[in-house]
Design a protein around this ligand. Sequence first.
Ligand code: HPA
Length: 236
Amino acid sequence: MTIHIGAAPGEIAETVLLPGDPYRAKWAAETFLDNAACVNQVRGMLGFTGTWKGHRVTIHGSGMGMPSLSIYANELIRDYGAKTLIRIGSCGAMQEAVKVRDLILAMTSSTLSTPSRGIFRELNFAPSADYPLLRAAADAAERRGVPTHVGGIHSSDVFYDERPDLNEQMTRHGILGVEMEAAELYILAARHGVRALAVLTVSDHLLTGDALPSADRETSFGDMVEIALEAAFTGD
Ligand code: HPA
């Protein structure tokens, strides 16, 4: 047990998928894992461990925003020995060529700040994905025929953004989309020598105002879970 995770030692797998929403963790575990058991419910943040094609997997909510993700990722890595962490979430698109429902694989993440800022001080550390995981996820997405974009994203601290000029600069510099967790996940993975990737479905579009209809959310989320699982175990 840790402060925020009630799982007993050994109840968390080395491979962890991290959706923001705890109920998405429950749905994904019940839909894609065999013998899924709930291993955490502290503060309503649900985590489940089961198997996928014989591989042990934990699917655990991260909450919204980098401070919340940072708490869970720190405890999963440092206390439970997680070695591969894949965020599965949604993002807002920032390029015309990126459409609602498309997949974004975050090669890097730009930020204004992260919970790790106090460590880096004046250094602009470049949070980046694990390359073999990224490549495996791109291959898995191609096999499934899901339109996919690989590149830089923005991990923001705010959903209700008051800086249109910042979004304009991000778009101008080729940033594909905005979400709120990946940069801190990549930084923690680098710090602890583990693998991380963010697989994101475009749920809304900042330039066009398009949004994913709620009826399509489950299908897109399901594709993302399977792509993340295939990537995690490529080469095993
Ligand atoms: N901003 C930040 N995070 C998000 C968004 C957004 O527009 N869409 C989905 N996650």
